[in-house]
Design a protein around this ligand. Structure first.
Ligand SMILES: CC(=O)N[C@H](C=O)[C@@H](O)[C@H](O)[C@H](O)COP(=O)(O)O
Length: 231
């Protein structure tokens, strides 16, 4: 199967997530494209972005490999990161090198099955890599079994059974287990909020690291400073 060279390009490097959802102060494709430009000038190796319009605006501004996703809330499912074939197809059609989607074992909208989505994507987009946004070791095993190209830790701490957990807890104890379990390259993602944590993830053996809010969400950054006054 022909695959693009995303994994070679990002090995040992920083991927910067440029996302602002509706309701966030920076919600704007124009602003996300400028964020991506800053990411590139800083030496970021790739961008992670949400929605077709943001991905396209970023692709027009910077030539960096892209992990694309599309967050959509459906009434019949808790899965929101590229939940159905419709969003998978839309994101892959932008030419994003990687399409990321939820792999948390929870039911998908319209009763769609992840195995069917993966099979369909392989047929329609054989060059596109698939990244599994997982929360638990069970999810990692499922992603490996389904042949995902990249295992991400994105959803750890964001599902009912992992609520309150942080990837960095106990010197990345959970991440170490992921690295032992996974049969595909692991990209650390989720609350990697200092340069030291990024360094640690790479030293532990992660293929690359995604950092989002600590770089591209000024509201979140400002709140952390304000909190230091209140404490
Ligand atoms: C859980 C979820 O929906 N995560 C999203 C996935 O794309 C983004 O909102 C995060 O910003 C991204 O994962 C990077 O993480 P952090 O911003 O913590 O560095």
């Amino acid at each position: 199967m022909a695959k693009n060279n995303f994994l070679e390009t990002v090995k040992g490097k920083l991927i910067i997530s440029c996302q602002a959802l509706k309701g966030e102060p920076l919600h704007s494709s124009f602003i996300m494209a400028r964020m991506a430009l800053a990411a590139k000038e800083a030496g970021g190796a790739a961008i992670r972005a949400n929605s077709v319009v943001d991905i396209q605006a970023i692709q027009d501004e910077v030539h960096l490999p892209m992990i694309g996703l599309n967050k959509v809330d459906y009434p019949d499912s808790p899965v929101y990161i590229t939940p159905t074939m419709k969003e998978m197809r839309a994101v892959a059609s932008t030419g994003a090198e990687v399409v990321a989607c939820d792999v948390t074992g929870q039911p998908r909208p319209n009763g769609e099955k992840l195995a069917d989505i993966v099979a369909q994507m392989r047929q329609e987009f054989p060059d596109t890599l698939l990244m599994a946004d997982t929360a638990t070791l069970e999810n990692v095993r499922e992603a490996d079994a389904l042949g995902f190209d990249i295992i991400g830790t994105t959803m750890h701490g964001y599902t009912l059974d992992t609520q309150g957990l942080n990837l960095a807890d106990n010197d990345f104890e959970y991440l170490k287990s992921v690295l032992k379990t996974a049969q595909h390259p692991v990209i650390a993602e989720g609350k990697v909020d200092t340069p030291e944590k990024l360094r640690r993830c790479l030293d532990l053996g992660c293929h690359a690291v995604v950092v989002g809010g600590a770089i591209t969400r000024p509201l979140q950054i400002a709140q952390s400073f304000v909190k230091a006054i209140q404490n």
